[in-house]
Design a protein around this ligand. Structure first.
Ligand code: FUL
Length: 486
């Protein structure tokens, strides 16, 4: 009899211990470490600054005299401080825009700060910005325009060598660079060393991007490269800062190139794309990319920025917001004021995560093993996730708030380290004893944030209704934000 109880006891212990279950295999392309680090930055500053700041142009022709570049009080520490206080994690500077003027003293041209009166030609904007980033613990990215309207050799193969030499300079002399921005605007009329003519290049072949990209990998292996086609980060296809409501971080990178005409596909990416190339949403806080005094009254409002935030970070993208330094060499006070107010408003949206630590149940989870249980969704640990068995392509998770609470925002994250999977979901709240839909969506990706009219409820449930592989989610948050129409 005693033996029988012992056997029963041991059997009970064994069955209550979860067996080791293999994690799901990756589905489709997956992010690299550098892409994950970039994605988690979420909010980044863009600084457009060159001779245009002093001429009032948006695209300098290339014949601007370096004499006009003379900021009266340039302070890169102010730029970085403004970005940091706004909650941004990094900054990207136009080291060279289409006019060809270099913000660093390049050894390959005199068309740079070294020919300007600023600091008697001894200044270096990249260096000052790199030092400020170091001081404020911010990451530094650089934009080097492939199109150069100043260069006499633009259009020849010799220009590609010139461009790569400049790339080597900026990736060698300024410490860690986290992102390199390859713009798509290309070819057309320009000064070109005095030729003043139209020069067209074949965008598909002229730059031989593959070999240029190798330079970035060699000199800054942790940097992501941005362009219409990636290879690491793609343009979102518009300059409003809006990702598609459906936004796959997948793309057939080979079908695109910087300046390719099929950019209508970029806001949504491609569901079956063979490459992992997530979207970056670039937009200026003003109508123009460069500072123009006449646009001081046209700075975007807090509401504008909030809408962009929801349509970029809230739609599986990053938000790259341009804050153009003015003629003094500082971020203009109009922009700073709006940005400060935006930060306060954004913090107010996400004050108290009502789902944190709450009980969650699921209709199924992988091998019924607690390692993959729904409780992972509210444990505030991004490394743990809920997932279903491989063949189960849908699932329902229910969060019990433990009492009636007002809710109007949901934030959902997929465990994208194993690929992007979900293609449709519905969110419901228990109202007067029955489930009512409050919002719905398609893709989730790294982060999806949805706003819906305030409901008072005790339970919220998320149904994954379609997924290309077993859904994997690592986080759900719920908030009661101030009433507004985001
Ligand atoms: C565009 C450029 O032509 C604009 O001047 C700006 O730099 C924007 C970010 O990219 O393609």
């Amino acid at each position: 009899m005693r033996l029988f109880f012992w056997v029963l006891f041991i059997a009970l212990i064994l069955t209550s211990c979860d067996k080791q279950v293999d994690p799901p295999a990756a589905y489709g392309p997956i992010p690299t470490d550098r892409q994950m680090s970039w994605q988690k930055m979420e909010f980044i500053a863009f600084f457009h600054f060159t001779t245009n700041t002093f001429t009032g142009l948006e695209w300098g022709y290339g014949d601007e005299s370096p004499e006009i570049f003379n900021p009266s009080d340039l302070d890169c520490r102010q730029w970085v401080r403004v970005a940091k206080e706004a909650g941004m994690k990094g900054v990207i500077l136009t080291a060279k825009h289409h006019d060809g003027f270099c913000l660093w003293p390049s050894a390959y041209t005199s068309h740079s700060v070294k020919s300007s009166p600023w600091k008697d030609g001894k200044g270096d904007v990249i260096k000052e910005l790199a030092e400020a980033c170091e001081e404020y613990d911010m990451k530094l990215g650089l934009y080097l325009s492939p199109w150069d309207r100043n260069s006499s050799i633009y259009g020849d193969t010799a220009y590609i060598t010139y461009y790569r030499n400049q790339l080597r300079e900026i990736l060698t002399n300024y410490g860690d660079i986290y992102e390199v921005w390859f713009d798509g605007a290309n070819g057309g009329d320009g000064y070109y060393g005095g030729a003043r003519e139209v020069r067209r290049i074949d965008r598909t072949t002229y730059y031989d991007w593959k070999h240029t990209q190798e330079i970035v990998r060699e000199l800054q292996p942790n940097a992501v490269m941005f362009s219409d086609a990636g290879p690491d980060v793609r343009w979102v296809g518009n300059e409003h800062g809006f990702a598609g409501e459906t936004n796959w971080s997948r793309l057939n990178g080979n079908d695109f190139y910087p300046g390719s005409p099929n950019h209508m596909e970029l806001p949504s990416g491609q569901e079956n794309g063979v490459d992992w190339i997530p979207a970056e949403c670039d937009v200026s806080i003003r109508p123009g990319w460069f500072y123009h005094e006449a646009q001081d009254s046209l700075v975007k409002t807090v509401d504008d920025l909030m809408q962009i935030y929801y349509n970029s970070v809230g739609r599986n993208g990053t938000f790259l917001l341009n804050l153009p330094p003015d003629k003094t060499g500082q971020i203009n006070k109009h922009d700073v004021e709006v940005l400060k107010a935006f930060r306060v408003a954004l913090d107010n949206e996400f004050v108290d995560n009502l789902a944190a630590g709450k009980e969650v149940s699921a209709d199924s989870w992988r091998a019924e093993n607690k390692e993959y249980a729904a409780s992972n969704l509210t444990d505030e640990n991004e490394e743990t996730y809920w997932c279903t068995d491989d063949e189960v392509l849908s699932g329902v998770v229910t969060i019990d708030l433990g009492g009636q609470m007002e809710v109007n925002r949901i934030l959902i994250q997929e465990y994208i380290i194993l690929g992007q999977r979900v293609k449709a979901f519905v969110v419901e709240a228990m109202l007067d004893g029955s489930w009512e839909e409050v919002t719905a969506g398609t893709t989730i990706g790294y982060k999806r944030i949805l706003s819906f009219p305030t409901v008072k409820t005790e339970k919220v449930r998320l149904s994954i209704t379609a997924s290309n592989a077993s859904p994997l989610l690592n986080n759900i948050e719920l908030y009661r934000a101030p009433d507004n129409n985001r």
